[in-house]
Design a protein around this ligand. Sequence first.
Ligand SMILES: [Zn+2]
Length: 600
Amino acid sequence: MRPLLRPANLALVLTYLVLSAVPLFPLALGIPVARPAQLAGIAVFAWIAVWALFKRPAYFHWLLLPAFIALPAELYLYIYYGQGISTHHLGIMAETSPLEALEFLGARAWLLLGMMVGVVAWWAATYRAALATRDFDWNDRSRPLVLALLAVAAGLFAYGQKAGVSGATLKPAAVDKSRLAAPAPLLPASTLPRLPHWAQPPFDIKAFAQSWPFGVVARGLDFYKERVYLADLHRKSAAFRFHAFQADPAKAPDVIVMVLGESSRFDRWSLNGYARPTNPLLMQEPNLVALRDLITSVSATRLSVPVIISRKPAMQSLKDGFSEKSFLTAFKEAGYKTFWLSNQISFGKFDTPVSVFAKEADRVEFLNLGGFTDNSNYDEILFQPFARALADPAQKKLIVLHTLGSHWNYAHRYPARFDQWKPSLVGVDKPVLTDAAVKPQLNNSYDNSILYTDWFLAQLVGKLKTGDKAAALMYVADHGQTLFDGACRQVFHGHNTQYEFHVPAFAWYSDAYGARFPDKIVQLRAHRGAPLSTENMFHTLVDLGDIRYPGDTLERSIASAQLVRHKRYVDSYGWADYDNATLRGDCREVIDKGMPLPRK
Ligand SMILES: [Zn+2]
């Protein structure tokens, strides 16, 4: 044991131990860790395999660089969001400009930069130690033995992948249902005999990706695969058809509008009972039906919007992409001209999960060239293209408006005349979102942004009222927002609080529409208090367009007498049953009274 006690060697071994122990870090924060023994086993196996392959630390130390670099982000995410880096975080990072990232991090950007410099220096110092020492070289006869065993295991695994495994009863954890449900690339029928089940090495890529330090690389590979998968899905859904048609061409609605709200919170609308009059205009609309109990299952735009606009099941929302098209295509098939007008980020390449759907529209306009930054436009930038769409000679039109709504920084979402509740964030130079000291300003600005949204939506309704058109408009927010409520230390979205799941939503219809479809209005009003989710939106919008297709699901339409209640799951420590849950603490974390279903 003497060589181990040399300072450089000791530092090297301790470094490896610390990196390997990262998956246990959540325990220090009181967050449970699933299958810790399996994680530890995988880590030990990975160390043995790498050490055997490369013989000495100096030869494999560079393999650890991704883990070093990921370490600050992993710890940050655990401390503030209760979860480690996932494919989705990598997706968000890939789709977020450095400016947005800086704005989000505020003063923490420097801290993060300092930590990055620190971990790279740590990696370099331990690399030197690894280069200097020969004490850890694996030279004895056990190394070829281990290598031979590894080769056999790798061979069996590769064979099992190619020929399949017979009598395999896969453990639920190892089955990725959403991938199976997606049209997977079919392997050519193999003529090789299947691998007996007992001979299959117990290798699970998902579990491996959760282990440290080598699993970090697997997460990057997983992300890359997701992107390829997304591009692939886009190609696959290209051939998708609803075979939709107008139920009665003689009385088709003229205009259907879908407004996608952003970071808007149910209880901050006076329409829903908020004490501050944040909806002075919408409250005057008699043809407006506010839905009181509608939730989203996930609180991130890129995950939530696909569930709203397509038939993507909420419990598949964590997976990028979907094999079907959105309601844009259903309306197109029924003869509507379709518009996607967005004040959200185009992400440069128009290639995000939401943009894949947006591309279905006949006309796509991304109007926000400024991003989520100070220079971004107010949502009223959508008025002109909206007016142009309404004036389009096409007889039937579907217009989708994707707004910036109440996205952070709230003070940049509304012009000065809406700065009603003060002190607000207006004039606060570079406020830091996560700084609880600005809680009053942050809340006032948030309410001001709702006041602006009220005005924005009332303007749209006003334009639809002119000209006696049979028009209907639906609004729903993609998720809410947590705002340092009470003693809650959380802010923004991406948590599992009721403040983020419970979203404002309403339907509005013109008099001409009401006269043409009285039944739909009766049903909408009858269901205003029903337990609903964003999974109802696709079916409701298509129904409001009086569009049918083979296999359509009127049981999910809020405007149909056939509406049936469905199970509502939210992403909270797995899939939690929203209607059989308690709300924990001032954050109102949604906690399933039973066991949440595992995330897929
Ligand atoms: Zn959002």
